[in-house]
Design a protein around this ligand. Structure first.
Ligand code: FAD
Ligand code: UDP
Length: 393
């Protein structure tokens, strides 16, 4: 039987945010899509489910944070957001420190009380490393971290966590990764610097139900891997939106891009408050997990006496595992460029989108901004077109 029996305009591979928003906006413009998703559910890595009244994020803690007002207004059409602000605690060999790096952390580490005292301590610690850099920009994560917050915080709160998270030395990782975390000389434990932050009350899955279920122009097939029928899909669909791994699409012909995978271990405990915080990071090298989430603290809606916790273990990626993080170092970026060129030259009918399709360490808001830009192009919309205030029905 033909796979495109309904004359779909689009085949969309992946029901995560990139693919789902693409389908929703295409449907608004009268276009019909078939979404194929290899997992048994929609939502991609944003998928959540509820147990004991608690919203559990199946693929690690997802906190929405952005400075992009269009994205923030857009996503709130599909759910009510709470005022959750992420404040992470680090446990280094039994001692606790506030994250991200701020006046509380500096006080806990050194007893410094003023910004000048903390800056003097950092300057003293980083002097040797900065001198060795000889006026050059940091070449790797270790140099970047030490030049931001000195050697002791690097050793206790960054090195062990980073090396187990990525499975390689901090000197073999790009500097930009550590710049995700703020460094600030005020007493402020907010993990993010963005103006807007929160979590949908009741979880993220409802957003995807509203985007792609109950829409006459969108059909969704879960438990369906694009690669089971790659050639037929390519032959039958005029346009394909692909949000899987770009190297897999090309059967790894330039080699495997590197990814980092994760394993999640979730358990229900008889407690109203197991660890006293939503996220605790374990920053030593020996503890095999990087962080422990206690889900009831994200939205405060839990049943009495029950708590669900998840330990997040980094692990090597291979073709049998889920790819969660691209490893955007020079070697992989050079290979990615070969794939991106092949995509342009050999498959102009396919749009590669999202974290895996574009091999970018995108957060949710960045994925949404990226799909907006691609939609403007796809539907010939002006650059100033605002998806949050779109009146097209
Ligand atoms: P995904 O959400 O990964 O969706 C892609 C979908 O495509 C998946 O469902 C996959 O199964 C499917 N697929 C792939 N290949 C195929 C195939 N061959 N056939 C059929 N289907 C296929 N972002 C934030 O903004 N804040 C956070 O706090 C945050 N925390 C995170 C924590 C963790 C542990 C991780 C891993 C990510 C986190 N993110 C966070 C990032 C966020 O998950 C991504 O930005 C977002 O999910 C990417 O959307 P996407 O549509 O590109 O991909
Ligand atoms: N990081 C760290 N110590 C921590 C938390 C983060 O060294 O306690 C580093 C680590 O290299 C990590 C990066 O900062 O990969 C970005 O952290 P973030 O929490 O943004 O990672 P994500 O939530 O995307 O896994």
């Amino acid at each position: 039987m033909a796979l495109n029996d309904k004359n779909y305009d689009y085949l969309i591979v992946g029901a995560g945010p990139y693919g789902s928003i693409f389908a929703y906006e295409a449907a608004k413009r009268g276009k019909r899509s078939l979404i194929v998703e290899k997992r048994p559910h929609i939502g991609g890595n944003m998928y959540t489910h509820t147990e004991h009244g608690i919203t559990v994020h199946d693929f690690g803690a997802h906190i929405f944070h952005t400075d992009n007002k269009e994205v923030w207004d857009y996503i709130r059409q599909f759910a009510d957001f709470n005022g959750y602000q992420n404040q992470v605690v680090a446990n280094y060999k039994g001692s606790l420190y506030n994250l991200p790096f701020n006046m509380n952390t500096f006080y806990e580490m050194w007893g410094t009380k003023t910004p000048d005292e903390a800056k003097a301590k950092i300057d003293e610690q980083k002097a040797e490393a900065v001198a060795a850099m000889d006026g050059k920009a940091p070449r790797n994560l270790e140099e970047q971290a030490i030049s931001l917050i000195g050697t002791e915080i690097y050793e206790k709160l960054i090195k062990g966590y980073t090396e187990k998270q990525w499975g390689r030395k901090a000197t073999d990782l790009p500097a930009f990764i550590i710049k995700r975390l703020p460094v600030r000389f005020i007493y402020d434990n907010n993990y993010f610097n963005h103006r807007y932050q929160g979590i949908p009350v009741g979880g993220y899955t409802q957003i995807f139900e509203r985007l792609i279920l109950d829409n006459d122009l969108i059909d969704v097939q879960v438990n369906t891997d694009f690669f089971a029928h790659r050639d037929e899909y390519l032959a039958e669909f005029p346009r394909i939106i692909y949000t899987g791994m770009i190297d897999q699409f090309f059967d790894y012909k330039f080699g495997e891009l590197e990814y980092r995978s994760l394993r999640f271990e979730t358990e229900t405990v008889d407690s109203d408050n197991y660890q006293g915080n939503a996220v605790i990071n374990y920053t030593d090298a020996e503890t095999p997990y990087t962080r422990v989430m206690e889900w009831r603290h994200f939205d405060g809606l839990a049943d009495e006496g029950k708590s669900v916790i998840t330990r997040e273990y980094p692990q090597a990626w291979d073709r049998t595992k889920e790819a969660y993080y691209p490893v955007n170092d020079d070697k992989n970026m050079a290979m990615y460029k070969q794939y991106a060129k092949a995509a342009r030259e050999e498959h102009s009918e396919v749009l590669f989108g999202g974290r895996l399709g574009q091999y970018r360490y995108f957060d949710m808001d960045q994925v949404i901004n990226a799909v907006f830009n691609d939609l403007r192009h796809e539907f010939d919309l002006p650059a100033e077109f605002n998806f949050a205030h779109d009146e097209v029905k």
